[in-house]
Design a binder for this molecule. Structure first.
Ligand code: UD1
Length: 427
C-alpha cells in the first residue's frame, strides 16, 4: 500500500488546474447504458472510481474506450446485468447502475453496498423509489435484484435529499411510461450535470436543481456528447490548502458559482478571495480566524469539504464548531489530527476545534477519501514530516494530487509500501 510523505511548512503558491468532477462522471458514465448509440464523455478525471465504473460497464458487455480524459461508451453489446460484489465493495457509487439497468434492460442484480467509514449509508430510498416506479425488488445473498418489463411514472417523495438516489431515480424515470415527480430531490450541481446529459439524449426533465424534478418518460434515449463539469470539491481542497499554508493559490478551469458556501467560509476565516466565473484565488491572512461550519445538502456547505475545513480550523485563532448533519460518523480524521498536535474533540455530531499556532508532522492513517485530503493539507501546513497511510482512498477521487501540489511548491512524494485490504470509503 502506498503512502504519501509530506515535508510541511512550504507556503503554496501558483495556479492549479481543476479536473472534471468524479461525482458527475460516475452517474454520467452509468447513464450511458440507458440509451442506444455512442456516448462521448470528455473532461473525465483519471481516478480509480472512474476506472471501477468503466470495469462495471465492461462486465455488463458495453464497449468502453478511454483515451486521455475522454471516455467513449457503446452500450449495444450489453449481455449481463449483474454488478458483482468484488467491484461494488470498492465503490458504493456502483449502485448508480441499478436504475439504468432495470429501466433499459428489464433486470438488474447489484451487490448491496456494505458499511463504510463514514456511516451506515443505506440505499433504502433508491429501492423504495424504484419500487414506486413498479420495479419488483428482492434482496438475496447480499444482492439486490430489480425487475420490470417497463417502469411506470410515479410521485416519489424522498425523506432526505439523496444525491445518488435522485440520480438513480431520474435515470430510471427517463425511460418509464408516463410522468414521474421527484419531491425533496437533491440539488447538487452533479445532479444537474447528469440531467443536462440525459436531456441532450432525448430525456424530458424539468425542475432539476430545485426540490421538485419532473420527468416525462420517453421510449428510448440516444447516444450523445458531454463535457463533465469541474470538480468543486477538488477546487475547494486546493483553496483550503492555500489558506492553511499561508499561501496564494489560484484554482483554474473551475466554476466559482458551485463553490459559494466554501468561499464564504474561507472569507469568514480571514482569507482574501478573488473569484471570476472560471477561477478563484485565495490569499491567506497572517493568521486564520475560527469559524463555525454546518454541513448541509447543496447549496449548503458540502460534507465532502468537512474534513478539509476541520484541518484548517486546527490552525485558526479561537474555537470553531463544525457540525456534520449529512453523515453520522464522518469524523475519523479527528483522532489523526490530534496526533499532529491539534486541540480537537468530537461531541456527538460536532467537532470542537481550538486552533493552535502550529501542528507537527506525524504518521497518520486515512480512513476515507475526504479524510485523506484533510490529513494531506494538515501535513502541508505542519512542521516536519507527515506520512499519510492508506492513500488508496485518495486515488479514488483526486487526480494527480502529488503532482498538482508539487506544482504549487509543496514537498510531497509517494512511497511504495505493504499491501492492504481495500474498503469503500465515503466521498
Ligand atoms: C453522494 C456523493 C458523496 C457525498 C454525498 C453527500 C457521489 C458518488 N457521492 O453520496 O461524495 O458525500 O453525496 O453530498 O455522488 N440516505 C438514506 N437512504 C438512502 C440514501 C441516502 O438514508 O437510500 C442518507 C445517507 O445516509 C446520508 C444522506 O441520505 O445521511 C445523504 O446521502 P446521499 O446524498 O445519498 O449520499 P451519496 O449519494 O451516497
Amino acid at each position: 500500500m502506498d503512502r504519501i510523505v509530506i515535508t510541511g511548512g512550504n507556503r503554496l503558491r501558483g495556479q492549479v488546474r481543476i479536473s472534471g468532477a468524479k461525482n458527475s462522471a460516475l452517474p454520467i458514465l452509468a447513464s450511458t447504458i440507458l440509451g442506444d448509440g455512442e456516448c462521448v464523455v470528455t473532461n473525465v478525471p483519471h481516478v480509480v472510481d472512474v476506472v471501477t465504473m468503466e470495469k462495471l460497464l465492461r462486465i455488463f458487455g458495453a464497449t468502453v474506450r478511454h483515451e486521455d480524459h475522454c471516455v467513449v461508451v457503446r452500450p449495444e453489446t450489453i449481455h449481463s446485468t449483474e454488478a458483482p460484489y468484488d467491484l461494488v465493495k470498492t465503490m458504493r457509487a456502483s449502485i448508480l447502475t441499478l436504475g439504468p439497468l432495470v429501466a433499459r434492460w428489464g433486470r438488474a442484480t447489484v451487490s448491496l453496498p456494505g458499511g463504510c467509514a463514514i456511516g451506515s449509508r443505506p440505499v433504502n430510498l433508491h429501492l423504495a423509489g424504484l419500487a414506486k416506479l413498479g420495479a419488483e425488488i428482492s434482496l438475496e445473498h447480499g444482492y439486490i435484484t430489480a425487475k420490470a418489463k417497463r417502469l411506470k411514472g410515479a410521485r416519489i417523495y424522498c425523506d432526505t435529499p439523496t444525491v445518488t438516489g435522485t440520480e438513480n431515480l431520474m435515470m430510471a424515470a427517463s425511460l418509464a411510461e408516463g410522468t414521474t415527480v421527484l419531491e425533496n430531490a437533491a440539488k447538487e450541481p452533479e445532479v444537474v450535470d447528469l440531467a443536462n446529459f440525459l436531456i441532450k439524449r432525448g430525456a424530458r426533465i424539468e425542475g432539476v436543481g430545485t426540490d421538485i424534478v419532473t420527468i416525462e418518460g420517453v421510449p428510448a434515449l440516444r447516444g450523445g456528447d458531454h463535457e463533465v463539469i469541474p470538480d468543486r470539491i477538488e477546487a475547494g481542497t486546493y483553496l483550503a490548502a492555500g489558506a492553511m499554508t499561508g499561501g496564494d493559490v489560484t484554482v483554474t478551469h473551475c466554476r466559482s458559482v458551485d463553490l459559494e458556501a466554501v468561499l464564504m467560509k474561507l472569507r469568514e476565516a480571514g482569507a482574501e478571495i478573488q473569484a471570476e466565473k472560471e477561477w478563484v484565488r485565495v490569499m491567506a491572512p497572517p493568521r486564520l480566524k475560527a469559524t463555525n461550519v454546518r454541513t448541509l445538502p447543496y447549496p449548503g456547505f458540502p460534507t465532502d469539504m468537512q474534513a478539509q475545513m476541520v484541518a484548517l480550523m486546527c490552525l485558526a485563532e479561537g474555537t470553531s464548531v463544525v457540525t456534520e448533519t449529512v453523515f453520522e460518523s464522518r469524523f475519523m480524521h479527528v483522532e489523526e489530527l490530534r496526533r499532529m498536535g491539534a486541540d480537537i474533540r468530537v461531541e456527538g455530531n460536532r467537532v470542537v476545534v481550538t486552533g493552535r499556532s502550529s501542528l507537527t508532522g506525524a504518521p497518520v492513517m486515512a480512513s476515507d477519501l475526504r479524510a485523506s485530503a484533510g490529513l494531506i493539507i494538515a501535513g502541508l501546513a505542519a512542521k516536519g514530516i507527515t506520512e499519510v497511510h492508506r492513500v488508496y482512498h485518495l486515488d479514488r477521487g483526486y487526480e494527480q494530487m502529488e503532482e498538482k501540489l508539487r506544482g504549487l511548491g509543496a514537498q510531497v512524494e509517494r512511497r511504495k509500501g505493504s499491501a492492504a485490504t481495500t474498503v469503500a470509503g465515503g466521498g
